[in-house]
Design a binder for this molecule. Structure first.
Ligand SMILES: Nc1ncnc2c1ncn2[C@@H]1O[C@H](COP(=O)(O)OP(=O)(O)OP(=O)(O)O)[C@@H](O)[C@H]1O
Length: 640
């Protein structure tokens, strides 16, 4: 790249290359095209009246001049007055036309910008949720809220009414120079010196303003990130007494914001002041050149350059309105295009593992089969230098009850994550029923594995909805057509208003009654039924709020019920009962083993003692399988 093109590349114009693409992002509808066309046409039309008014003003100046110079009593004063009145009426009509054009382009562009942002938000959020977990591991805290608020607002500002004003200013500029060149060509040509002066001011000023703005927003994002991390870990901050340290980090970032904002203000003030310097100097030049044009015309007896004609030129080029006042808009459009580009890194990104695809050319999901790990190694993308799994090989038998035990950090949960394809292994093969899991449909694979982890998420809704969500989230389930989400909400609402759950259910379709039975069965199996019954409204009690916080053990049992209700062929329990007392834990595991109905069950635990009943136990240490066997075999080996 040459030095010149590098220099040009630093200006906001470069970023505006993406601007046109931004306007047509996220599938615009016919209405959007309509708004764009009408908004642009009306904006061009809104630029025309001003030069026309300039012509009329010039003619009026000549008329007034003529009236004041009339000395003869026979002169037709009345005709002159009629001519002035006709021009005044014309000015009123032009003003009305201008009002309509401005109204139309402002409304169209405002609506266009709002609709574009709504589409982009939808598109960004939809694609964000498609991304694989590894993508989120590398996402800085506060990134998503910043994108959804700050960047979207930048795009809205840069694609709304300002676009109409910008277009109309250009139409005005074209009209103004045409009129000026026709009226007094030499004066108009002389005043073109303003163009390079203004352009230079826009480019250089814009470059500095943009640079300091970007710097300020970067430091502000850093401060926001610390604030959002602090808010989600308030308890930890209190426990560690980390207030001052965090405050110092925020203050440091905010001071940097202030410094950058200060420099931006100085650049903006210089640019603004320079605008007036150029404008007033141009006025001085215009009056000097205009007067000499008039006297030259008078001397040569050529009345084509009148005081009115000079006034028209000065008015349309200098005193009316400056098209260059919209120069800062370039910065705004550039910022919008840049924000659009930043958003597209997520909005257009194809996830390496897509858990949302339904139509697929991938292999159909085998319902049963052994799960085999062959020489699997894995490093988390955020820690590529560290191997969480170092060539592990083992087999989890179909329909068996397998336990994976090991100390903290040995890689147990990582195995669970690879099984459900939250991540892809770096090397080695993972097979399900003989099929490479990377060839299976991810959505079906995940629906076939019921995962319960140590700290399960509880949704802010009733217990019944929380458990039934296990079924509702399965696409293609028989209950899908019944809109079970809204039905269950209505059922539990009635119960909270005092009606009996059984009698409310009796009025519901068979499939909803059957669903409740399944929920109840799952809760019994997960040892959750008893505590649910003891809640104020039983299954209709709303949980998940601060006022209705469940204990760790209750949450785990509820999550277990949620996983069991859909009867998945594979159940993965990642320390899913660790918050329970050891007797309850043993009871649940024994009951799960007994009722597992050919389900392949994998339980992850720290201690061997909690998985005595497992058919097969895999012992991990520091990312390696160190032992395998039944509980008794492992105990015997330990004795050796
Ligand atoms: N998202 C992640 N990004 C980077 N490293 C991770 C991530 N998750 C886990 N690790 C690292 O990978 C290693 C294995 O973690 P893993 O969670 O599989 O261990 P574990 O045996 O399940 O531990 P625990 O019993 O404490 O849950 C650990 O060193 C951990 O620090």
């Amino acid at each position: 790249m040459s030095a010149a093109s590098r220099w040009i590349g630093r200006f906001p114009f470069r970023r505006r290359y993406g601007y046109r693409a931004l306007l047509f992002r996220a599938k615009p509808s016919n209405l959007d095209y309509f708004l764009l066309t009408i908004g642009t046409s009306a904006a061009i039309a809104a630029g025309v009246p001003f030069p026309l008014l300039g012509i009329l003003f010039g003619q009026l100046v000549d008329d007034l001049n003529s009236i004041s110079c009339i000395s003869s009593p026979h002169a037709d004063k009345a005709a002159l007055e009629r001519s002035i009145q006709a021009k005044v009426m014309l000015m009123i009509y032009i003003s009305i036309g201008n009002f309509i054009a401005i109204y139309v382009h402002t409304s169209c562009w405002s609506l266009f910008g709002e609709r574009l942002v709504a589409r982009l938000r939808r598109c960004y959020f939809k694609n964000l949720l498609r991304q694989e977990i590894a993508f989120f591991d590398n996402l800085p805290a506060g990134e998503v809220p910043t994108r959804l608020t700050t960047d979207m607002e930048t795009i809205r500002v840069g694609t709304s009414e300002r676009v109409g004003i910008f277009i109309s200013s250009f139409a005005y500029l074209a009209g103004a120079y045409t009129v000026a060149l026709l009226k007094v060509p030499r004066l108009a040509a002389m005043l073109t010196f303003m163009i390079p002066a203004y352009v230079l001011m826009v480019i250089v000023g814009g470059m500095y303003i943009g640079r300091f703005m970007a710097r300020a927003s970067q430091h502000f994002a850093a401060a926001t990130s610390v604030v959002s991390q602090s808010l989600s870990n308030v308890a930890l901050i209190h426990a560690l007494g980390a207030h001052q340290r965090l405050e110092a980090r925020i203050v440091e970032s905010l001071e940097k914001v202030q410094r950058a904002a200060m420099k931006k203000a100085i650049a903006a003030a210089t640019q603004f002041g320079f605008t007036f310097l150029v404008a007033y100097s141009a006025n001085a030049v215009a009056f000097w050149q205009g007067s000499s044009e008039i006297s030259r015309a008078a001397e040569s007896n050529a009345p084509n350059v009148t005081a009115g004609a000079v006034y028209t030129v000065i008015f349309v080029l200098l005193d009316g309105k400056s098209a260059f006042q919209v120069a800062p808009f370039l910065q705004i459009f550039g910022a919008a295009a840049a924000a659009g580009q930043t958003l597209s890194t997520v909005a257009d990104r194809n996830p390496s593992i897509d858990g949302t695809l339904t139509a697929t050319n991938q292999d159909p999901m085998p319902r049963y089969g052994d799960i085999t790990f062959r020489e699997v190694t894995f490093s988390y993308p955020s820690r590529p230098e560290y191997q969480a799994l170092k060539s592990v090989s083992f087999k989890i038998a179909e329909g068996g009850f397998t336990a994976i035990v090991g100390s903290s950090g040995s890689g147990k949960s990582t195995i669970g994550g690879l099984m459900s394809r939250l991540y892809d292994s770096c090397t080695g093969r993972i097979l399900l029923g003989g099929n490479e899991i990377s060839t299976l449909n991810v959505r079906q694979l995940r629906q076939s594995i019921g995962v319960v982890d140590q700290d399960p998420a509880i949704l802010y809704c009733s217990v019944l909805e929380n458990i039934a969500f296990g079924i509702a989230s399965v696409s293609g389930h028989k209950s899908e057509q019944y809109h079970i989400g809204s039905r269950l909400f209505a059922i539990t609402k009635k119960v909270r208003k005092g009606q009996d759950l059984r009698s409310v259910l009796s009025k519901e379709p068979q499939i909803i009654q059957r669903l409740f039975e399944e929920v109840e069965q799952a809760a019994i199996l997960a040892n959750a039924h008893e505590f649910i019954q003891s809640l104020q409204y039983g299954y209709a009690t709303v949980i998940g709020s601060v006022e209705m916080e469940l204990s760790g053990g209750q949450k785990q049992r509820l999550a277990l019920a949620r996983a069991l209700v859909r009867d998945p062929p594979i159940l993965l329990l990642d320390e899913a009962t660790s918050a329970l007392d050891s007797i309850s834990e043993q009871e649940i595991l024994a009951s799960l083993k007994e009722n597992r109905r050919e389900k392949t069950t994998v339980t992850i635990a720290h201690r061997l003692g909690t998985v005595k009943d497992a058919d097969h136990i895999i012992v991990l240490h520091d990312g390696l399988v160190v032992e395998e066997g039944t509980h008794d075999e492992l105990l015997r080996n330990e004795g050796r």
